[in-house]
Design a protein around this ligand. Structure first.
Ligand code: ADP
Ligand code: MG
Length: 475
């Protein structure tokens, strides 16, 4: 190895080390080996394609700054990806990629069985020391147990969370599935568990990720032909938190890969924490085998908080923000915003803002105005899934029937009503409504809306349906 490559890289590392978290540095920079320097191009060797992509995604800026400091404006970084052959062949498999040209990544996937029990087979994602080093957990330290106030509505979920964080992987709450409606604290609680585990077990690798981002990463890994690296990465985690798993519905590829990761983690006594806006029984388009695993541990519901809890959440928030507010105002807000803690906080924030912008005193009158706006603006927040569920319950059929291709009159009417309410109560486009309600096109939805309008003007029974459903769907 050339000493110049080494010395340039050492200087880069010193700069990088000063600018990022020590753990990130250990995980992502210590394993890099400087290999060669030619003109203004430094070649470094990284342990895997996934590693390279992680660097490119998260650290390309700092790498650029560091290298330009050393080699001037035209500095270039060349990654050499080292991969060990899976089947124990000592011959290293090497690949060279110019950092400026991602498309030059050659796909050369290594096929590793997912549940790899055979010690002969080697994991290609070998990062020295990674098991002892934490991957950046993506946790938000502001979401902790201390400021997650307890109430009847969350007691079970909260204590289950505490039990899990006391003994991750060591309770029967594995997976722990936290479910409940929008803005009731699922994300907060999931983070709190992770934050607490990191506190108690600094050596554990905790990772928080939304199901949406997980899906995106998975799709990318398929595109870039490193699905196995993706899987191995997740199999290294000790505590995996996946937020909003309902997002996986209908995404069979991601469900499949998650199924394998889940099994691996579970078999190895690792903790999995999931959140969802529905109970497992109500989840749609999630494979049965995955659903059954969701039910292995504990499903704990976050319910809407009662009045007392709402008041204490508000008081706690005001206290932490250093704002004083008369009790009657706090109670007024807590009394009128019931179904969503995020909105509850939003209303208080906007109340504070209103009063300081307009130099108005915070009084009941102002509280009324703010709350009214909030309640009005948020009234319509129902999902198309929810509408379909309510409509099919009302007509005593299941959602599959409602979505089916049948021309039976009462089913067609139910479907048209679902479309009508989806148009009325959500911001979704006609096309999107159509695709979610039985894969129809936008013209069908438009026709449905017109039909419902016409029928409710001419048919008494039908008008009654519309009225009943309007009541059931009003939040
Ligand atoms: P969800 O993920 O269920 O939609 P979030 O976790 O994002 O909801 O919570 C919405 C807001 O309400 C966040 O600001 C969170 O801090 C707050 N919140 C939720 N539950 C509580 C609680 N029990 N105590 C204090 N704040 C809470
Ligand atoms: Mg959330």
């Amino acid at each position: 190895m050339s000493t110049t490559a080494q010395s340039v890289w050492t200087n880069c590392l010193n700069f990088i080390q000063d600018n990022i978290q020590p753990q990130a540095y250990k995980t992502w920079f210590e394993p890099i080996v400087a290999v060669k320097l030619s003109d203004n191009a430094l070649s470094v060797q990284v342990p895997s394609k996934f590693f390279y992509e992680w660097l490119e995604e998260h650290y390309v800026k700092i790498l650029k700054v560091a290298l330009r400091k050393e080699l001037g404006e035209n500095a270039k970084l060349v990654y050499i990806i080292k991969m060990e052959n899976t089947y124990g062949n000592k011959q290293p498999f090497t690949e060279r990629i110019p950092s400026s040209n991602r498309s030059a990544v050659k796909s050369q996937d290594i096929d590793v069985p997912l549940n790899n029990k055979n010690p002969q087979l080697r994991n290609p994602f070998v990062i020295p020391g990674i098991r002892n080093v934490k991957i950046e957990s993506q946790l938000n330290p502001n979401y902790n147990f201390e400021n997650f106030l307890e109430g009847d509505s969350n007691r079970l979920a909260r204590s289950a969370g505490l039990a899990v964080s006391a003994k991750p992987g060591g309770t029967s709450f594995n997976p722990l599935l936290i479910f409940g409606g929008v803005g009731l604290g699922k994300t907060h609680l999931a983070h709190a568990i992770g934050v607490d585990i990191k506190d108690k077990y600094p050596e554990k690798t905790v990772l928080y990720i939304s199901a949406e981002k997980f899906t995106q990463q998975y799709i990318d890994s398929v595109k870039k032909n490193n699905r196995n690296d993706f899987i191995h990465f997740y199999q290294l985690i000790d505590v995996l938190v996946i937020d909003d798993v309902q997002f996986l519905s209908g995404k069979s590829g991601t469900q499949d890969v998650f199924f394998h990761i889940f099994n691996h983690l579970h078999q190895n006594g690792k903790q999995v924490i999931l959140t969802s806006d529905k109970a497992p029984v109500d989840m749609q388009d999630i494979e049965q085998r995955l659903l059954s695993r969701f039910k292995w541990g504990l499903s704990a519901e976050l319910q809407t908080p009662d009045f007392e809890t709402r008041v204490s959440i508000l008081k706690n928030k005001l206290y932490r923000d250093g704002v004083e507010m008369p009790d009657d105002i706090i109670e007024y807000v807590a009394k009128h915003i019931k179904s969503n803690i995020r909105e509850l906080e939003g209303a208080i924030i906007s109340l504070i803002a209103q009063s300081s912008f307009n130099k108005k005193e915070i009084n009941i009158e102002l509280a009324k105005q703010v709350v009214e706006k909030f309640v009005k603006n948020t009234k319509r927040e129902v999902s198309i899934d929810y509408i379909q569920k309510i409509v099919s319950d009302y007509f005593q059929m299941d959602v599959d029937t409602l979505q089916s291709k049948t021309r039976k009159r009462h089913i067609v009417q139910a479907r048209q009503l679902a479309m009508f309410f989806a148009k009325k109560l959500t911001k979704a486009s006609l096309a999107s409504i159509g695709s979610q309600i039985g894969k129809r096109d936008h013209a069908t939805v438009l026709h449905a809306c017109k039909t419902v309008d016409n029928l409710s003007a001419t048919d008494k029974q039908f008008k009654k349906y519309v009225e009943d459903l309007t009541k059931k769907l009003s939040v």
